[in-house]
Design a protein around this ligand. Structure first.
Ligand code: HEC
Length: 167
């Protein structure tokens, strides 16, 4: 009796264990596949956005977004503030270098989102609403009138609202 009762649990435990192990493996593979496909999508978008920044923006704005004082505004640690004030969200897309870049609306949306998150994450409003192709398409059609004056206005609004200044 005792011998049998030792054997039976042993025998039953073995396949049960194997099933659990097989189930675990399948589940792990399943999870890995989900993770891989998710990271592949995010990764591809990010890589493409970064490439488009390098090709279309970096020549003037430099790899870290620091620009050159007096000529190209510094975007790092600042550009995100524009999204806090009325007109700012539109302005940063409508500047000639962005609106006129030879890339699609979706690609420009991805570059803008990549740029904001990479250069100015801490200055973004919470929640940050990313640009999409539709919004970019609409903004690109509206001309930006009196850009320099417009920018001064926006920077003044940023200072009034958030106490933040450039440089
Ligand atoms: C030929 C140089 C040049 C290129 C290329 C360029 N920019 Fe600019 N960018 C500027 C200059 C100069 C300004 C300041 C406004 C102006 O005089 O156009 C500016 C302003 C901006 C601003 C507003 C920042 C602020 O603080 O006012 C953003 C955002 C911006 N550019 C994004 C981009 C993006 C995104 C690209 C690429 C898709 C790009 N730019 C390509 C030169 C460039």
């Amino acid at each position: 009796m005792t011998a049998t009762s030792f054997v039976i649990p042993g025998l039953t435990r073995y396949p049960v264990k194997r099933n659990v192990a097989a189930g675990d493996t399948l589940f792990t593979v399943f999870l890995l596949l989900i993770l891989l496909s998710a990271s592949a999508t995010v990764g591809a978008n990010e890589i493409l956005a970064r490439q488009n920044y390098i090709l279309n923006c970096q020549g003037c704005h430099l790899p870290d977004g620091s620009g050159s004082e007096g000529n190209v505004p510094k975007m790092n640690d600042f550009v995100g503030y524009f999204l806090h004030v009325p007109g700012g969200r539109e302005f940063i897309v409508q500047v000639p270098g962005a609106a006129g870049a030879p890339i699609s609306d979706q690609e420009l949306a991805d570059v803008m989102n990549w740029m904001l998150l990479n250069f100015s994450k801490n200055e973004l409003p919470d929640p940050f609403v990313p640009y999409n192709a539709e919004e970019i398409a609409k903004l690109r059609k509206e001309p930006l009138i009196d850009m320099h004056h417009r920018r001064e206005e926006l920077v003044a609004r940023i200072k009034d609202k958030l106490g933040a200044t450039e440089y």
